[in-house]
Design a protein around this ligand. Structure first.
Ligand code: CP
Length: 338
């Protein structure tokens, strides 16, 4: 992939439409490879991928590890509870240990914003040219592989045979829930608007400050320019009924109680009544629309169990499956361009 320019993947704010197209195209090729019979591709034979998850994960970590194995890479998995973190080692020194072992890609998840970026900057300054950093989710900031797999899932839904970024152009995508604490929402805002979708954000003011309407109006601090010349619109709507009018797809988010510093909701039952996604509330869309959720899920809070299990509408399983192909594409691009 000669047009690939990113040595690290830390955020989607600096991705051009060509970057999104490259990843979707490659993921689609990987997805077409049969997973039975000849299970592995030799593409990353002899490369080392390390997963450094300082914060818990089920989907992201497992699918990165599976993606690496399907490309025949060696995989090193770091487990914080049984590591030397308890002896005072810092996350950067932990990561440097895997760099010294010859890691080609470090996938880093951390509860604090910017730890993956700090590591990437450290590696650049210290002249470690062989190792890439891939953000597996940092604080409230960014979760690029999730944003990419959501984009691919939507593109595949709207254009099954040709899931390109254009497939979501002018679509109205509604994101509902705990947007304030969601790195997934932030990554989706960059990805979806870059591809020309209009994003409607819907939540009560405690979970969605009005300023989110301006989120993609300027690149984040430290980034000189926006590589996307014209983005889709972002609007903030408080009522689910209004947000759902003419929607083409709905994404609901988990209430992240572990990140809430104060009680932001009076009552979960009331929240479900006003913002929970159910077969009933989806009728406001006026047509059958797909529902996405990045997981993990609070059943009966942001989404009803019945809807979560309705595979004719709910794309959660597709998101998980597509996550493997997207992560194969990311690992391939990073590990072969160093
Ligand atoms: N969507 C997501 O990041 O899930 P995990 O926390 O299980 O990785």
């Amino acid at each position: 992939m000669s047009n690939w320019k990113h040595r690290h993947v830390l955020d989607l704010a600096n991705f051009s439409i060509e970057d999104f197209a490259t990843i979707l195209k490659l993921a689609n090729r990987f997805k077409a490879v049969p997973t039975s019979g000849t299970r592995k591709l030799p593409a990353l034979q002899g490369r080392l991928i390390a997963t450094l998850f300082f914060e818990p994960s089920t989907r992201t970590r497992s699918s990165f590890e599976l993606a690496a194995k399907r490309l025949s890479a060696d995989v090193q998995s770091f487990t914080p509870n049984s590591s030397s973190l308890s002896k005072g080692e810092t996350p950067i020194d932990t990561a440097l240990t895997y760099v010294a072992m010859g890691a080609d890609v470090l996938i880093v998840r951390h509860g604090s914003t910017n730890v993956p970026e700090q590591l990437a900057q450290y590696l650049e300054k210290a002249g470690y040219k062989k190792t890439s950093v891939l953000n597996g989710g940092d604080g409230l900031h960014s979760h690029p592989s999730q944003g990419l797999l959501d984009l691919y899932t939507l593109a595949k839904f709207f254009s099954p045979n040709n899931p390109i970024p254009d497939a979501i152009q002018n679509k109205k995508i509604v994101i509902v829930g705990d947007i304030l604490h969601s790195r997934v929402a932030r990554s989706n805002l960059w990805a979806l608007t870059a591809c020309g979708a209009d994003v409607v954000l819907c939540a009560p003011p405690t979970l969605l400050p009005e300023e989110f309407a301006d989120f993609v109006d300027a690149p984040p601090p430290g980034q000189k320019y926006d590589p996307v010349s014209k983005r889709g619109r972002v609007t903030v709507v408080r009522s689910l009924k209004n947000a759902f009018q003419d929607a083409d797809a709905v994404m609901t988010l988990r209430l992240q109680k572990e990140r809430m510093r104060q009680n932001l909701l009076t009552n979960l039952k009331q929240y479900h009544y006003e913002y929970g996604i159910t077969h009933e509330s989806l009728k406001w869309c006026g047509k059958k629309v797909p529902v996405l959720h990045p997981g993990p899920v609070n059943r009966g809070v942001e989404i009803s169990s019945a809807l979560l299990e309705d595979n004719s509408i709910c794309l959660v399983r597709d998101q998980v499956r597509n996550g493997i192909a997207i992560r194969m594409a990311l690992l391939y691009l990073l590990a072969t361009s160093n």
